[in-house]
Ligand binder design. Structure first.
Ligand SMILES: *Cc1c(COP(=O)(O)O)cnc(C)c1O
Length: 349
């Protein structure tokens, strides 16, 4: 099976398993796990923040960011289709009691300073209090596109007089950095808090982190424990994350080259009713638009040995990662072309 469903499907490499097997551990709830503490310090430094906290998932890191920077009833400005709004089981509403301002903000996740400023609620008893602005980089729903850093800076400048906090959902910040050759430190600089994932393109089995000011991260530790996210000998998984940071960042450009190769070859097939916005393939995600339903194509591909998800009624999403080679990318193009053909023949029959 060639698996292009997500970059979360990677399995630990032999080297990573070695690092995991030899990890020094202790009880992290008591602050005694040296591998976890080492990871947190490393992440804080990489992102240029005072402190960081290791979490089980990117969702937990994002939810901690909401929890420590909002009060119940506050409003958070996010881009259209943001993961925190669409893919986190309404946790923002359920856990931190916030609502999201999404109308007319950030088409495809690209917020502008003007849109953000227009979405800030004036101070009045009948309006929610706007407390946080939320940006994704890369933008998942937009097909892994990079959020322009000039726009980040413009937004940071514009919200400063309003006293709002700025959060980066950097689940794929590593990809944004690899694609632009701008350091993660620089990408993270305008933000108060930043969440990052180790279990996507970096290939660790489990784990994410939230970085930010020491006082916020201290509060996040309390919340994480309350939500059942305190871990004991977490060095076992933190070791995988540390190994991933050290060994799997530089190779992300290979995933990006594979995504481009996949998109270009797929287009070269000249398949009827299939389109890809090549200019939008900036990192490791390819959105494939169809003029017919995507779910049957996904099913047909699975029968041929290719796993690829339908991410919208007429859209497939392919994600490259460290467990797919360029030879498998070529094979995937052939299999997907066959699946598309099979579905068209079936429809016209
Ligand atoms: C994957 C992802 C997350 C977090 O997902 P988890 O599965 O909880 O690790 C958060 N934000 C974005 C943009 C993502 O793509």
């Amino acid at each position: 099976m060639i698996d292009l469903r997500s970059d979360t499907v990677t399995r630990p490499t032999p080297g990573m398993r070695q690092a995991i097997a030899h990890a020094e551990v202790g009880d992290d709830v008591y602050g005694d796990d040296p591998t976890t503490r080492g990871l947190e310090e490393e992440v804080a430094q990489l992102l240029g923040k005072e402190a960081a906290i290791f979490t089980t998932s990117g969702i937990m890191a994002n939810q901690l960011a909401l929890g420590v920077q909002t009060r119940p009833g506050d409003e958070v400005i996010v881009g259209e289709g943001a993961h925190v709004f669409s893919n986190e089981g309404a946790a923002g509403a359920a856990l931190s009691n916030v609502q999201f301002a999404v109308t007319g903000v950030g088409r495809d996740g690209f917020l502008t300073a003007d849109e953000v400023e227009a979405a800030i609620k004036p101070v009045a008893n009948w309006f929610p209090r706007t407390s946080l602005v939320w940006i994704e980089n890369t933008i998942n729903r937009a097909g892994g596109r990079v959020f322009p850093q000039a726009d980040v800076r413009a937004i940071a400048d514009r919200i400063a007089p309003h006293g709002l906090a700025l959060h980066l959902d950097g689940a794929r910040i590593w990809n944004a950095s690899a694609a632009t050759q701008v350091s993660v430190t620089e990408l993270a600089a305008p933000f108060d808090t930043v969440s990052v994932c180790f279990s996507k393109g970096l290939g660790a089995p489990v784990g994410s982190a939230l970085a930010g000011p020491a006082a916020r991260i201290k509060e996040a530790r309390r919340l994480r424990h309350r939500w059942g996210g305190g871990m004991r000998q977490s060095g076992i998984i933190a070791a995988g994350a540390r190994y991933a940071l050290a060994h799997h960042r530089a190779r992300l450009v290979e995933d990006h080259a594979n995504a481009r190769r996949f998109a270009e070859q797929l287009l070269a097939q000249g398949l009827p009713g299939l389109s890809v916005n090549l200019a939008g393939v900036e990192t490791n995600i390819v959105n494939i638009d169809l003029d017919t339903p995507a779910a049957p194509v996904s099913l047909a591909a699975r029968e041929l040995g290719l796993l690829i998800n339908a991410s919208a009624p007429r859209r497939l999403r392919a994600v490259t990662h460290l467990d797919v080679t360029s030879a498998q990318i070529d094979e995937a193009v052939t299999l997907l072309a066959r699946a598309v053909h099979a579905c068209r023949t079936h429809r016209s029959a």
